[in-house]
Structure formats: structure tokens, C-alpha cells
Design a protein around this ligand. Structure first.
Ligand SMILES: Nc1ncnc2c1ncn2[C@@H]1O[C@H](COP(=O)(O)OP(=O)(O)O)[C@@H](O)[C@H]1O
Ligand SMILES: C[C@@](O)(CCOP(=O)(O)O)CC(=O)O
Ligand SMILES: [Mg+2]
Length: 338
């Protein structure tokens, strides 16, 4: 039996544009998904996903038709819900050269689903690492990231960047631009997350941006402008002392860039009323900056604030269900028990 965990993330900047080869900087946060894999010798797969609830039902499933969850939700939604774990199992079998391996898989996660904090990437990364290790094969984190990317790419119909999965596998702050991916030095940034209790459909939101970008030159320019924000942000971070407290002027400049990024994402149609309300509550509470994180449509915003002001303001914002500080997770995927 092997248990591995992997962190979720917030985007400092660059989501959506990263899908078209622009750079992005996601940062791993201390909210993790834990996946336990226990090989079975009958070749079957059984999954217990207690935090995956569809229409109020907790989901567990197996690999035969009779073993699919018998709940009153559209098949498509159920298939989509199970897709990431099924793909992770496929990648683990392939990496361990054990196409017929069976597993009992248990998933626990404190990352809200579909909310822009990268729950899918964390589950896939931890799942591939736990699955392969339980078969006696240890993959370097870079290979776990590659395989997790292939899994996300398959579930999201070819609409995925390497950003979430690389960040979850490596931990810390990372910069991804097409095939180029690296960990970067960053100071401990005072992230505050606001969560509206909702979710967005990543595939649908990415498709929406793709369509706008194809229809309008100015939408394509908006995507490029997000890339420009990230290029500027990269320069700003390069000038920072990664070991010390971040200086107020550094936070002010990163915050201004986050605000700009949110405006561009909003122009691309991926914000929502509740995300905007939380962003404005943070700004009015004197956060350095605030933006949606991840695919958008609903879910989470991330603000930069080293005082308690934003958390208090979000607590009183209608539509905000939860607020928490998110510390940078130095560890990416790691073994918890074996
Ligand atoms: N705890 C979990 N157990 C099983 N599957 C999960 C879990 N958390 C996330 N997932 C999978 O990830 C999907 C959400 O991923 P996505 O829409 O990309 O949003 P995000 O990555 O922003 O959380 C869920 O529908 C489910 O398939
Ligand atoms: C919109 C996108 O840039 C980020 C999606 O993040 P999340 O799954 O919503 O956490 C898509 C991608 O990079 O694959
Ligand atoms: Mg995701």
C-alpha cells in the first residue's frame, strides 16, 4: 500500500493564455490531495472518492459496467467525474509496464473541486505516483508531471497546458511557457483565497476563450496581453530576494499586474458576478491586487494581502462561502506512507 500526496495551486498570473503558448506562473499551495493505491491481484480497479460528490452523492466505482456508480446524474457528468482517476490508473499501468495491474484506490482531498485550485492535477499527480510506487516503480517528479499532463490532456479533449500538473508535481512557484517549464525562486507571497462555493467547467471555459480568440483579432491580442503581464511579472520576481520578506513595493507591483490580468480574463468572458464581487471586496480592503484563479466561471479568487483586511472583507461579502490564507507549498508530490 502506498499513499502519495500532491498540492493544489493558485495562479499568480497567466491561466488560459498558457494554453496557447504564453507563459504562466502558478504557485503550489498547502492544500493537498492524498491518493492511496493498493495493488489487487485480480486485475480489477476499485475507487473510493469520498470528496467527489455528484449531486450530493459520494462516489465509488469499479472497472466493470455493473460497477459504475448507480446515481441519478447524467452519465456524461459521472464519466467526467471519474475521468481523471481512470486516466491516472492508465498512466500508472503504462509507467510500471503492468497493463493488467489492479488497484484499490482511495482519494482524500482538501482542495475544492472545479474551483480553480487545481484539484484535478493534484489527484492525477498523486494517483500516478502512488499507483507506480505500489507496483515497485519510482518515477522522478518530472516524469510524473509529464504523465499527469497527458492524463489531463486526454480528459480535457486536448485542451490543457502543462502548468497545473507541473506545479503540483514540483511544488513551489513555477513558470511554464509551452514545453519550457521550470521552478523559480519566489518569496513567500501573502495569498488570500476567497471561494464562492461554486465551480466552473474547465473544458467549456477553455473552449469559449478559444472560440473568441479565433473570431476576434482583439481577443487574440488580449491573450497576448496576458502573456505580456506574465513577462513583466517574471522580471519583477527576478528582482526579488527569495529568502526574505517580500518588500511592499514588490507586492504593490505584483498586485497591480494581478489586477490587470483579472481585467483581461474578464474581457475573455471567464469571470462571473461572484468572482468579480470577491475581487472588488479584496481591492476595497486594500489588498495589493486580486484576480480569479484557474479556469474561472465560479470558484476561487486569489488576493495579495499581508494584513487581515481582505479576509475580513471577504467574510462579509455575499456569495463568498469560505476564505483562507494559502501558504506556498515547498513540496510537490511526496510519499506519505508506504
Ligand atoms: N477528491 C477527488 N476525488 C476524485 N476526483 C476528483 C477529486 N478532486 C477533483 N477530482 C476530479 O477533478 C475534477 C475537477 O477538475 P477541474 O474541473 O479541472 O477543476 P480544478 O482542477 O480547478 O479543481 C473533478 O470533476 C473530478 O473529476
Ligand atoms: C484555464 C487553464 O489555464 C487552467 C485551469 O485550471 P483549473 O483546472 O481551473 O484549476 C487550463 C490549463 O492550463 O490547462
Ligand atoms: Mg483542473
Amino acid at each position: 500500500m502506498t499513499t502519495c500526496s500532491a498540492p493544489g495551486k493558485v495562479y499568480l498570473f497567466g491561466e488560459h493564455a498558457v494554453v496557447y503558448g504564453e507563459p504562466a506562473i502558478p504557485c503550489a499551495i498547502e492544500r493537498r490531495a492524498r491518493v492511496t493505491a493498493e495493488p489487487r491481484n485480480d486485475g480489477r480497479v476499485r475507487v473510493e472518492a469520498n470528496d467527489l460528490s455528484l449531486d450530493g452523492f459520494t462516489v465509488s466505482w469499479g472497472d466493470s459496467v455493473e460497477d459504475r456508480p448507480d446515481i441519478d446524474v447524467p452519465t456524461q457528468l459521472v464519466e467526467a467525474g471519474m475521468g481523471y482517476v481512470d486516466e491516472a490508473v492508465g498512466q500508472a499501468r503504462d509507467a510500471a509496464d503492468a497493463p493488467d495491474a489492479g488497484f484499490d484506490i482511495t482519494i482524500e482531498s482538501d482542495i475544492p473541486l472545479g474551483a480553480g485550485l487545481g484539484s484535478s492535477a493534484a489527484v492525477v499527480v498523486a494517483g500516478i505516483d502512488a499507483g507506480t510506487r505500489s507496483l515497485g516503480v519510482e518515477l522522478p517528479p518530472g516524469e510524473v508531471a509529464d504523465r499527469a499532463y497527458r492524463a489531463e490532456y486526454a480528459v480535457q479533449d486536448g485542451q490543457a497546458s502543462r502548468a497545473d500538473t507541473f506545479c503540483s508535481a514540483m511544488g513551489g512557484a513555477v513558470r511554464v511557457e509551452g514545453e519550457d517549464r521550470r521552478t523559480i525562486d519566489a518569496p513567500e507571497l501573502p495569498f488570500v483565497v476567497g471561494y464562492d462555493g461554486g465551480a466552473g467547467d474547465t473544458g467549456e471555459l477553455v473552449s469559449g476563450v478559444r472560440a473568441l480568440r479565433e473570431e476576434y483579432g482583439f481577443a487574440a491580442d488580449t491573450v497576448t496581453a496576458i502573456g505580456d503581464v506574465v513577462r513583466r511579472g517574471t522580471e519583477v520576481l527576478r528582482g526579488a530576494d527569495p529568502s526574505g520578506e517580500p518588500a511592499p513595493d514588490l507586492l504593490a507591483e505584483l498586485g497591480r499586474l494581478m489586477d490587470f490580468d483579472h481585467g483581461l480574463l474578464s474581457a475573455l468572458g471567464v469571470s462571473s458576478r461572484s468572482l468579480d464581487a470577491m475581487v472588488w471586496a479584496a481591492r476595497e480592503a486594500d489588498a495589493y491586487g486580486a484576480k480569479l484563479t484557474g479556469a474561472g466561471g465560479g470558484g476561487c479568487i486569489v488576493a495579495l494581502d499581508d494584513t487581515g483586511g481582505t479576509e475580513t472583507a471577504l467574510d462579509y461579502t455575499p456569495g463568498c462561502e469560505a476564505t483562507f490564507r494559502a501558504e506556498l507549498a515547498a513540496d510537490g508530490v511526496r510519499v506519505e506512507e508506504s
